[in-house]
Design a protein around this ligand. Structure first.
Ligand code: PMP
Length: 360
């Protein structure tokens, strides 16, 4: 696919020819898509565009982060050939780190709770990572403690990237995600909507729009919307808002990590929209069926929030760009697909047509 060069990543990758020389050159430069199906109600005042981070080489917004953190650690000399990377992650960050670690020749050990699906473990093992499971009772903190224990054993041979704290996280979005959105939209965006896991996507992209450390932004009045699970309204609480309904576990993988991450800069956020897991699953499923777009659960939450915001009268004629963080096939063991899974298992075997032609 020939696309104009809009971000630093793509420009570097394709400076002389349109042939990448290594998988990490394929990170970034994801396309924008204007939603146009029945998902978009007639009364909507503004336009909704999605940025398809699901189209990265390992199918998520975390491809950028994996590359950025490893590049930064190589550049400052903390990561040297022969060293082992250790990270407590079960999610898309683990997959992104696994593919870049393979490309660069680093050993990678990922620690995660035993509740993680077998598909997720297989993806990581197939990419050559070592997977260490921790008891489900200790949840994420157990995986963090195990990673720290492994780091002590490895001593100077180990390196932990720490996505929730690492400045290379927002940096990559400031330098690539933001500029790509701006250029590909024809410099015509009024509202930016992102989910928050580490807060890297939201913070870095918003820094590009609103300005960062003395560098002026390209659109200081951008309306920045952060989306969080309604069942875990930590950001709303931190900004002095009211929590809605019962608080507890949620089902929006990748968002709502249960902490306010160091990486997030809430001063850049104009509004926080809470979305319930059920709503996220409903809208994600409608994106599959009505747009024909296989996306993950968090995309459902982010698009649901965007549709809410863009239906207000003051959004007449405005344009929103919302992040689609990941590809939907990664979530087949998620409750969102329970019904589909049952249907798939109960399909009756049909006799083959006679004579059976196996060339097709
Ligand atoms: N959705 C999904 C599926 C993710 O994997 C992530 C990253 N954890 C996010 C949303 C949120 O991105 P960020 O960490 O940059 O806030």
């Amino acid at each position: 696919m020939l696309r104009p060069c809009t971000s630093q990543l793509a420009c570097r990758a394709f400076s002389t020819a349109r042939i990448a020389t290594r998988p990490s050159d394929l990170v970034g430069n994801t396309p924008l898509l204007a939603l146009s199906s029945s998902l978009v109600p007639d009364h909507l005042k503004g336009k909704v565009i999605v940025k398809m981070e699901s189209m990265g080489p390992c199918s998520s917004v975390k491809d950028r982060l994996g590359l950025s953190m490893i590049n930064a650690a190589e550049a400052d000399g903390t990561l040297k050939p022969g060293m082992t990377l250790v990270e407590p992650t079960s999610g898309n960050t683990g997959i992104a780190l696994a593919f870049i670690a393979r490309e660069r020749g680093y050993k990678l050990i990922l620690t995660m709770p035993e509740t993680m699906s077998v598909e997720r473990r297989m993806m990581l093992l197939a990419l050559g990572a070592d997977v260490v499971l921790t008891p489900k009772e200790t949840a994420v903190s157990g995986a963090v403690a195990k990673a720290e224990e492994i780091m002590v054993e490895l001593g100077e041979q180990g390196h932990m990237l720490q996505q929730f704290k690492n400045p290379a996280n927002p940096k990559i979005h400031r330098e690539t995600t933001g500029p790509e959105i701006w250029a590909d939209s024809g410099e015509n965006v009024d509202v930016f909507v992102s989910g928050v896991g580490t807060g890297g996507t939201l913070t870095g992209t918003s820094q590009f729009f609103k300005g960062y450390e003395g560098t002026p932004g390209v659109k200081p009045d951008m309306h920045v919307v952060a989306v969080e699970p309604q069942e875990q309204m930590l950001l709303t609480d931190a900004m002095g808002g009211e929590k809605i309904g019962e608080q507890g576990p949620h089902k929006i993988q990748g968002m709502g990590a249960g902490i306010i991450p160091d990486v997030i800069d809430l001063s850049l956020v104009d509004e926080i929209v809470p979305i319930h897991s059920d709503k996220a699953m409903e809208v994600a499923s409608r994106m599959w069926l009505e747009e024909g777009l296989p996306v993950g659960v968090s995309a459902g939450a982010i698009v649901a929030a965007t549709l809410d915001v863009m239906s207000r009268p003051e959004m007449e004629g405005k344009t929103a760009v919302a992040i689609v963080p990941s590809f939907g096939e990664r979530y087949f063991t998620h409750p969102m697909f329970e019904e589909i899974s049952q249907k798939a298992h109960s399909l009756e075997k049909q006799p083959l047509p006679e004579p059976f032609d196996n060339r097709e």
